[in-house]
Design a binder for this molecule. Structure first.
Ligand code: AHR
Length: 500
């Protein structure tokens, strides 16, 4: 058994817990929208065709914001196709995912769904095939009360109240050569700045996100952020980060330490943004919107595509339908800990995506919906992270990994509100439990409310429609209270809650 310890002290405050850390993403991709959130013929469908089973799971997941409608999809999207009577909406080629988009769900339906789910919509505008004017049009449609062409059209389409969308992404992954309308950093930075400037003429209070790099391994990483922000610093509030992780070549130890890359990624983007701030003598700070992150077996998808390039233009085919195992869930838990640890500068994030497509929620068309393994760390972190984020000064054994060098086996963070302190901890060890001693003296008298663990002897066990609770948090039986000690099984995500 390994031994580790951590210290909880309210003085180690990082920042408030940001509700927007618990955002997700709905893209017109595969079955995320159609047979995901929307399926009019489904037995649980409501009067708007939304699946109630998915709405319930979205609420249970504790989602705060939902980014929409893409992703790569947005860079070819004509938002006007998705408004008005559904029967007269056009079907279009979706070049990003080689599909046909039937446009039965558009911005009005999405906002209606978001209100039912209790989430904040976060819209992306198309800066691939389109530009300033179309961004202004959709903003006018969504946020102006009435009395103009686009706002009156929204009212005529049944949405009397403005949608009041406050957070907008200026395009998607414009650094990626795969993106429709891919641009250089200068081209994109200028366009983002001009679009933002014009959007603020309609609504100065908007929160705007400029595209950062679509991954830290992009050849333009670093330079891209610097050049984009040189053009757009004063006009935007956020720079985005996107990152996907996977276990490569059976190297589980590196995979479980993938949050090391996320940690370095955030540090690099924050320093780049602050460097531009200094050069421009700006006063405000640009924060990070980590608006796509997850485990995604992207190299498998790319290899499949290379072997068999997509043919035909199907509507809502199954795409990127990862079945997540326990180790994936533990990696996701580690990424959530890293997002929380960086809450001073990462003030928004979106796990990609919500349903069916690299998602915590899976559905069968016409049938059941269930929680994937990765559902659980997200739901627990969203439910229990509250008040302030605290550093916990872990003392942990180290392990050498092929990808990240030496990493601590214990990865942890805590949050504290007036009544409860919660520790979120991952044991990255692949072979041994880790005995964690918690020094909580600075909290005064504490009582253990609950210690749960997400673990399994089979680290590749998955949840299925027939066995939906194979992997779920269970009470941790290995707990001592005086002094406070919890044994974390190998490859596990853990939540320890204390009252004071
Ligand atoms: O989330 C899947 C895809 O990953 C998104 O469409 C794109 O932005 C990213 O490359």
């Amino acid at each position: 058994m390994y031994q580790a310890s951590l210290t909880i002290d309210p003085a180690f405050r990082v920042a408030p817990v940001r509700r927007r850390t618990f955002g997700t993403f709905v893209e017109h991709l595969g079955r995320c929208v159609y047979t995901g959130i929307h399926e009019p013929g489904h037995p649980t469908a409501d009067e708007d065709g939304f699946r109630r089973d998915v709405l319930d799971l979205t609420r249970e997941l504790g989602v705060s914001t939902v980014r929409y409608p893409g992703g790569n999809f947005v860079s070819g999207y004509r938002w006007e196709d998705g408004i008005g009577p559904a029967a007269s909406r056009p079907s279009r080629l979706d070049l990003a995912w080689h599909c046909t988009e039937p446009n039965q769900v558009g911005v009005d339906e999405f906002v209606r769904w978001a209100r039912k789910a209790g989430v904040e919509p976060m819209m992306a505008v198309n800066l691939g095939t389109r530009g300033v004017q179309e961004a202004l049009d959709i903003l006018e449609y969504c946020n102006i009360e009435s009395g103009t062409h686009w706002s009156d059209l929204r009212v005529a389409n049944g949405a009397k109240e403005p949608h009041g969308i406050g957070m907008w992404c200026l395009g998607n992954e414009m650094d990626g050569p795969w993106q429709i309308g891919h641009k250089t950093a200068r081209e994109y930075g200028r366009l983002a700045a001009e679009t933002a400037r014009a959007m603020r003429m309609i609504d100065p209070g908007l929160e705007l996100v400029a595209c950062g790099s679509s991954g830290s391994s992009m050849p333009t990483f670093g330079a891209w952020e610097a050049e984009v922000l040189e053009e757009a610093y004063e006009q935007v509030d956020y720079i985005s980060c996107h990152a996907y992780y996977e276990e490569k070549d059976g190297d589980l130890a590196s995979f479980l330490a993938c949050s090391t890359d996320m940690e370095n990624f955030i540090a690099s983007v924050v320093s780049t943004a602050d460097h531009v701030r200094a050069r421009l003598r700006a006063t405000k700070r640009v924060n990070v919107s980590f608006d796509e992150w997850n485990v995604w077996y992207l190299s498998r998808f790319q290899a499949e595509q290379a072997k068999e390039p997509p043919r035909g233009w199907p509507v809502a085919p199954p795409l990127l339908e990862e079945r997540y195992h326990l180790a994936d869930a533990v990696a996701v838990g580690g990424l959530l800990i890293t997002l929380l640890r960086n809450s001073d500068r990462v003030t928004a994030a979106s796990q990609a995506q919500l349903v069916n497509v690299i998602a915590p929620i899976m559905t069968e068309p016409g049938g059941r919906a269930w929680r994937q393994t990765i559902f659980h760390p997200f739901a627990q972190a969203s439910r229990y992270a509250s008040g302030d984020v605290l550093r916990v000064e872990p003392v942990s054994p180290m392990r050498e990994t092929a990808e990240f060098g030496e990493v601590p086996l214990l990865h942890a963070v805590a949050t504290r509100d007036d009544d409860v302190t919660t520790v979120f901890a991952v044991n990255r060890s692949t072979d041994r439990p880790l005995e964690l001693t918690l020094d909580a003296r600075a909290l005064g008298e504490v009582r253990l409310v609950e210690a749960t663990t997400l673990s399994d002897p089979d680290v590749y066990a998955v949840n299925t429609a027939d066995d939906p609770d194979r992997i779920a948090p269970r009470a941790n039986p290995d707990v001592e209270t005086d002094p406070l000690r919890v044994v974390l099984p190998p490859v596990s995500w853990n939540v320890i809650r204390l009252t004071h």
